[in-house]
Design a protein around this ligand. Structure first.
Ligand SMILES: [Mn+2]
Length: 348
């Protein structure tokens, strides 16, 4: 948990910035963190980060294009050296808010906030921290979206449920239950899928979401609602993949599924499988070019992930205790899968 002092420091940075640029992870938590902070500040631009695992050098050009006076990086565990150097060269203050369990170098000129540094068991998503910073009650629904998208049910859930009864259901006990069974969950999935669109459409979506007054607007089924239109497009592909993935469920503890195509849906598929099939270890691979992007879910899956990528060439991986991502060469995929099977067998 960040202290009140840290929260007000972040607020001060936002107040000071004239033209902040927010780089955020390309998922519901990243997006909602950005929206909460930018809606509070009433200024600034957002860029979704598609590079993995780090915010890489390809984003340097955004600094020249958008000419910010402040950089905020949200929900991203790593920033490449080149990017940091460039930000430094331009004299831009950098505020980095994250919640992944990573060791990062201590740079004096970077304001780094991560609740895990105080308390290993901390698991609040960045959205939760951003909501503590912004404290805008009218944005509570965005705070809920970012939190449940990251499998976290925040302490202000009852307040939300009271205010938006029609977006909630009785007897919701877990974050993922909310994600898959309620209308606020559907809104979260809409936001997440709408990020998987052409850059120009994403920019348009961000503009809309910076202004939108009510969550209900997102679910209005009309032609000009491009966000919902995109969701329905992606969701069609997604549902087919989920159906396929279900065929790989067996008596074994591991559910392994891989897919290709133009859209990476591995994190979304892995999340839903982990909800539908509790107690399993889930591995979903998205194959693109020579690389496989992996999403893993399950109890203690971080240890398994790190062990399984050991020694594989150019492999990276990490994340949270029970939810990780990794990137490996496709040539190593079958070895990786074998290792995972062995590790599960050994009760690693
Ligand atoms: Mn994220």
């Amino acid at each position: 948990m960040l202290t009140e002092k840290q929260i007000s420091e972040i607020r001060e940075h936002l107040d000071k910035a004239q033209n902040p640029l927010f780089f955020f992870d390309n998922d519901a938590d990243g997006l909602c963190s950005f929206l909460l902070l930018a809606r509070y500040a009433g200024k600034g631009k957002g860029v979704a980060i598609k590079s993995f695992p780090d915010l890489n050098q390809s984003y340097v050009r955004k600094l020249y294009e958008l000419k910010p006076d402040y950089i905020f990086v949200l929900d991203k565990p790593l920033i490449s050296k080149d990017f940091l150097e460039e930000a430094r060269k331009l004299g831009l203050p950098l505020v980095w808010i994250d919640h992944h369990d990573v060791e990062i170098e201590n740079f004096e000129d970077i304001s780094y906030y991560n609740p895990i540094k105080q308390e290993k068991k901390s698991s609040e998503p960045v959205t939760y921290l951003a909501y503590r910073v912004s404290k805008r009650k009218e944005d509570i629904w965005l705070a809920i979206c970012g939190c449940i998208g990251d499998n976290f049910l925040p302490d202000f859930i009852d307040e939300f449920a009271k205010k938006y009864r029609e977006l909630w259901k009785q007897d919701i006990k877990t974050a993922f239950q909310a994600l898959y069974e309620t209308d606020i969950g559907k809104i979260t999935r809409v936001l997440s899928f709408a990020l998987k669109d052409r850059t120009s459409n994403v920019v348009r979506m961000l503009k809309f979401l910076l202004k939108v007054k009510s969550p209900r607007e997102i679910l209005i089924d009309e032609p000009k609602n491009h966000i919902l239109f995109r969701f329905n497009q992606v969701n069609k592909k997604y549902q087919k993949l989920i159906e396929k993935a279900r065929n790989f469920v067996s008596g074994k503890k591991l559910i392994y599924f891989q897919h290709g195509g133009d859209l990476s849906l591995s994190a979304d598929i892995a999340n839903e499988l982990s909800y539908r099939f509790p107690g399993k270890i889930i591995v979903v691979a998205y194959m693109k070019g020579t690389k496989a992007n992996l999403s893993l879910r399950g109890k203690g899956v971080k240890r398994i992930t790190l062990e399984a990528i050991k020694g594989l060439k150019d492999a990276t991986g990490g994340g949270h205790e029970d939810a990780t991502g990794a990137k490996i060469n496709i040539g190593d995929l079958s070895k990786f899968k074998e290792r995972i099977e062995e590790l599960i067998e050994q009760g690693f």
